[in-house]
Design a protein around this ligand. Structure first.
Ligand SMILES: NC(=O)c1ccc[n+]([C@@H]2O[C@H](COP(=O)([O-])OP(=O)(O)OC[C@H]3O[C@@H](n4cnc5c(N)ncnc54)[C@H](OP(=O)(O)O)[C@@H]3O)[C@@H](O)[C@H]2O)c1
Length: 345
């Protein structure tokens, strides 16, 4: 049994971790923390977990976490995870951080988009937690930086094309849509029902914090600096990320060859579901599950393609992927606790 702490257990990704870990045959929910709900039984605070989770919510006490757990999931806002990770690693606890605090290799980029980094040495130790790319490194890691939700949907969609250097790396256009839970559980006017329902809007064009994260990882895959235009949108749905990615091939490609490239890249990946050429994914068909569904549509002249990608932002985009990382870090079967079919309708 892996004894797990969920730090920030009352937020959306924290609750999703509790949901997934509860049904995981090799995980034990040892400690759940939050600042605002200390002492309350988790299943009383969240009636969805009534009679299922009897832990009382604890304050964050590093020594207590070290006594009770061997792995901590940090489901905290960015900048808050830095010190928590440092303190827990010092107490020999493995850490999977769901925030952006350890996703960048360079502290200067973190500083530009987030804040000062107080533990730059940890940035060098952290492994970017996308199993489909960094599986061997994750298995040995003490600190895993779970990827952002938009980056997961985009990096998985582009990986086969970038690795094979088939596309113009300076002409990639990414149009992504996110459900509102992507913004977390805190009350923000923009995300109120009255503001968001019945409306679709773009936001943070050229300045979204996930852009440098995607550029870092896409450039690593390609071996040269990749340039993207990334436009995120907010849609009136609770869950889901849908990315539509426009690429231009360096040389004309046949549908058979393109399909084969994706099939080869992902034939052993349990959480990537490749749709037949021309078919399109749908966020409703991955909801509640750890799947990333990918669609490939090739233009008639074979010079351009539109790659589409659908994930549940809180599962493959956050907590499910984090549990996939846990399985790897503890030598468990990678799919354990994650063979959850999507909820539909
Ligand atoms: N939502 C998503 O779809 C998603 C996807 C991928 C990654 N992420 C990342 O995962 C992390 C958690 O996201 P979330 O959506 O679960 O956030 P959230 O719903 O806002 O929850 C934040 C949690 O952290 C606790 N917390 C501790 N210190 C805090 C502070 N100074 N300010 C606010 N809350 C604090 C909160 O409880 P108390 O206030 O009681 O302490 C709560 O349990 C974030 O870094 C986010 O960017 C989220």
């Amino acid at each position: 049994m892996v004894k797990c702490a969920v730090i920030g257990a009352t937020g959306y990704t924290g609750q999703e971790l509790v949901r997934i870990l509860l049904a995981h045959p090799q995980a034990e929910l040892s400690i759940l923390t939050s600042r605002q709900n200390q002492g309350i039984i988790y299943g009383h605070l969240f009636p969805a977990f009534r009679n299922l989770v009897k832990n009382r919510i604890s304050p964050l006490d590093y020594d207590q976490v070290a006594q009770k757990a061997e792995l901590a999931f940090l489901a905290l806002p960015h900048t808050e995870s830095q010190t928590v990770a440092y303190e827990l690693l010092a107490r020999k606890i493995k850490v999977i951080d769901l925030s952006a605090d350890f996703r960048f290799r360079k502290s200067a980029i973190y500083r530009r988009y987030y804040a000062e980094h107080h533990f730059p040495a940890l940035l060098r130790k952290a492994v970017y937690g996308l199993p489909e790319i960094y599986r061997p490194q994750i298995k040995k890691a003490q600190l895993v930086a779970n990827p952002g939700c938009y980056p997961t949907s985009v990096i998985l969609a582009l990986k086969p094309l970038l690795e094979k250097k088939l596309i113009n790396h300076k002409n990639i256009i990414i149009d992504s849509k996110s459900g509102i839970s992507g913004a977390g559980r805190s009350a923000v006017v923009d995300f109120l029902f009255c503001e968001a329902d019945g409306s679709v809007r773009a936001y943070n064009v050229y300045k979204h914090r996930h852009q440098p994260e995607m550029e870092q990882e896409l450039s690593r895959l390609y071996g040269k600096k990749v340039e993207i235009i990334f436009v995120p949108h907010l849609v009136p749905a609770v869950r889901g990320i849908f990315s539509t990615i426009y690429v231009e091939f360096l040389r004309k490609i046949s549908p058979e060859k393109l399909e084969l490239i994706y099939l080869k890249a992902y034939q052993n990946e349990k959480f990537i579901r490749l749709l037949p050429l021309g078919q399109l994914p749908d966020t409703a068909k991955v909801q509640g599950s750890n799947y990333c569904d990918l669609g490939i549509s090739l233009s008639q002249d074979g010079k351009r393609a539109v790659i589409t990608s659908a994930i549940d932002n809180m599962v493959k985009g956050a907590s499910g992927n984090a549990v996939q990382n846990m399985n790897l870090m503890f030598g468990l079967e990678e799919e354990l606790g994650l063979k959850i079919p999507p909820i539909h309708p």
